[in-house]
Design a protein around this ligand. Structure first.
Ligand code: TXA
Ligand code: MG
Length: 316
């Protein structure tokens, strides 16, 4: 098991040595290494058992550091960075040569994000390099939102887990890129479309081309627990007869299933709260003594879109 603590100097030292450190962000925990050190980055892929065609997000302390990594920073992208960094938005920009091809899986764009978490921001500000960090889970599994989640699955593969508590947002960042200057959303995430669109105009969302090997975050099966998942509305799930099922529901428990086998995401019907509890809920049910998970789809608005996206991929 890994050492867990709040010691930024220790995290910094290990990262300087090319080691892996799990870092807290507002979205999910990341598995971080020096983004400019190909050998260190290779360790990330190994630890996660991640295919090399799945590019990594590079975490930076702010716009100034971002500029050192990209060939250009178009006005539209800059406006988004100014408004939403630090925050749950990853922006794809043309990369400079110093960013290793391994990080971007050979693509000429790099995904950049300034995370909104005090500990990790402080760490980034004291490091002489940016941090490549995918979510700190084995490839294809649910992302971690607590240090314990990281420790359970990757504890023997990371040198240190920087403890930033439970993640506030709970689902991964929204990913935006540009094609002939027009913004496209490639992953729904912790920043709602409704927040972005006043700055971008109506957004085109391009989620799954299952044939797109460049962005497996877009693969239809991802973020998946091991147990089978059945999706539906509250009424549809209530009509199911599964004596040994568990359930993850939005506001109200399902009739006929013991409360201890149910996770209520937000009794008050708040989508932010639901997003924050989603992945921990899926992990709890995956470990519970049940044969399948009934999962309620939430309203398709705000963060509800990203929640439903994760549930659909988990069920695929
Ligand atoms: O919230 C987050 O984004 C978290 C925290 C740790 O920052 N990170 C995260 O990383 O979710 P990861 O590796 O689990 O998902 C990153 C996804 C990749 O699967 C890929 O789809 C996409 O980002 N991506 C990264 N760079 C890309 C690029 N240059 N072009 C297209 N997609 C890219
Ligand atoms: Mg991931």
């Amino acid at each position: 098991m890994a050492e867990i603590g709040k010691d930024i100097d220790r995290a910094r030292q290990l990262l300087m040595e090319g080691r892996l450190v799990a870092i807290p962000t507002e979205t999910v925990y990341g598995l971080a290494a020096n983004a400019l050190d190909e050998k260190a980055v290779l360790e990330i892929f190994k630890a996660k058992n991640r295919p090399h065609f799945d590019p990594l997000i590079v975490h930076i302390s702010g716009i100034a550091q971002a500029k050192t990594l990209v060939e250009s920073f178009p006005d539209k992208a800059r406006a988004l960075a100014n408004r939403f960094w630090p925050g749950p938005l990853t922006i794809l920009l043309p990369k400079k040569e110093l960013v290793p091809d391994l990080v971007t899986s050979g693509l000429n764009t790099v995904g950049l994000r300034c995370p909104d978490h005090a500990l990790t921001l402080q760490l980034l500000q004291t490091l002489p390099f940016p941090l490549a960090a995918p979510s700190a889970n084995p490839f294809g599994y649910v992302s971690p939102t607590t240090p314990q989640h990281v420790n359970e699955q990757l504890g023997d593969k990371v040198a240190y887990i920087l403890d930033g508590g439970e993640c506030r947002v709970g689902i991964e960042s929204t990913i935006i890129g540009f094609e002939s200057m027009e913004p496209i959303v490639y992953r729904l995430g912790g920043l709602a479309l409704e927040s972005l669109e006043p700055f971008t105009g109506p957004l085109h969302v391009q989620l799954h081309s299952s044939s797109n090997p460049h962005a497996p975050g877009q693969l239809q099966s991802h973020y998946a627990p091991r147990k089978k998942i059945v999706l539906g509305t509250h009424d549809q799930l209530a009509a199911q007869d599964h004596p040994d099922a568990g359930a993850i529901v939005f506001r109200n428990p399902l009739p006929g299933i013991p409360p201890r086998r149910q996770v209520v995401l937000s009794a008050g019907g708040n989508l932010e709260e639901a997003a924050q509890h989603l992945f921990a809920g899926l992990r709890t049910l995956d470990k519970a003594d049940i044969s399948l998970i009934l999962a309620e789809l939430v309203p398709e608005t705000g963060l509800g879109r990203a929640i439903n996206d994760r549930l659909r991929r988990a069920a695929h």
